[in-house]
Design a protein around this ligand. Structure first.
Ligand code: ZN
Length: 196
């Protein structure tokens, strides 16, 4: 089932997620719905906050990035089929010199800005079967994970921009929260909801 994606301005996007356990209601269905919602919107990652749940759960599939012809064959191979579920994730290390990547977010349509992040991360998490993993990721895979991880910490990529950039995009963000935007996937807008 395709779920509406929560738009910028909804307080749930600012909430730090809580850990979940195996007893979380209908978790398998929820994960399936998150992947379906993400694919429908041509995203490469989706966090629970973006469907209105403040829990530590996000899904990633970087396959669309693997079609970028500017990448090396090795990078393409890493990105292709990289499909994961991250439950109760904790990034324990971020290393290397920060690099810029033009990020976007399904909750903030049509806004793209360069965000600086460290290239290599170590992350501990549980997969969909609650098996624990600790892995090191780098490059674009790490980038997608860092963006989604921020969501479960209640952080948006726009929070990481300079104050000048924030001022420049303020009007567009306000429009998104009011639903004054054309978007070709289901969304729920906070200010629109209040008006009804
Ligand atoms: Zn996002």
């Amino acid at each position: 089932m395709i779920l509406p994606i929560i738009a910028y301005g909804d307080p749930v996007l600012k909430k730090v997620g809580v850990d979940i356990n195996k007893e979380y209601p209908q978790l398998d269905g929820l994960i399936d719905n998150m992947f379906e919602t993400m694919y429908n919107a041509y995203g490469v990652g989706l966090a629970a906050q973006q469907i209105g749940l403040a829990i530590r759960l996000f899904v990633v599939d970087t396959t669309p990035f693997s079609e970028d012809e500017d990448l090396s064959a090795e990078e393409q191979k890493t990105l292709s089929g990289f499909k994961r579920v991250f439950i109760n994730a904790k990034i324990t290390k971020e290393e290397g010199d920060e690099w810029a990547f033009n990020e976007g977010c399904l909750s903030i349509p049509e806004v793209r800005e360069d965000v600086f992040r460290k290239p290599t991360i170590t992350i501990s998490y549980l997969d969909e079967n609650f098996e624990p993993h600790t892995e090191v990721f780098s490059g674009l895979v790490a980038r997608v994970i860092q963006h989604e991880y921020d969501h479960i910490e209640g952080i948006l990529f726009t929070d990481k921009l300079s104050s000048l950039k924030k001022r420049l995009i303020k009007g567009r963000l306000t429009n998104i929260s009011k639903g004054k935007i054309d978007v070709d996937y289901r969304m729920r807008f906070p200010d629109q909801k209040k008006k009804r």
